[in-house]
Design a protein around this ligand. Structure first.
Ligand SMILES: [Zn+2]
Length: 83
């Protein structure tokens, strides 16, 4: 009889540990998702402006073409500057 009680106790402890780990994982996932959401909500540089290396035009980084030397206002200027 004592043997069954011991097995039952081990199972209960194992179940409690498993449940605790699952809760910790869920909390970690939640905090990671919250961090991702807040970074999407407030980007570090929302309106970063860059300068075309060929003609000096200022334009939003999102609209610029990135070359190996820097940003350009279009593929044509990237080709002219970098060959
Ligand atoms: Zn340009």
């Amino acid at each position: 009889m004592m043997k069954y009680l011991l097995v039952l106790a081990v199972l209960v402890v194992a179940y409690l540990i498993w449940k605790r780990n699952r809760r910790l994982e869920a909390e970690q996932r939640d905090s990671q998702n919250a961090a991702k959401r807040s970074s999407q909500h407030a980007p570090a540089t929302p309106d970063a402006m860059v300068t075309c290396r060929h003609c000096g035009l200022h334009l939003p980084q999102a609209d610029a073409i990135q070359g190996s030397l820097g940003y350009y206002c279009g593929q044509e200027h990237r080709r002219l500057a970098e060959g």
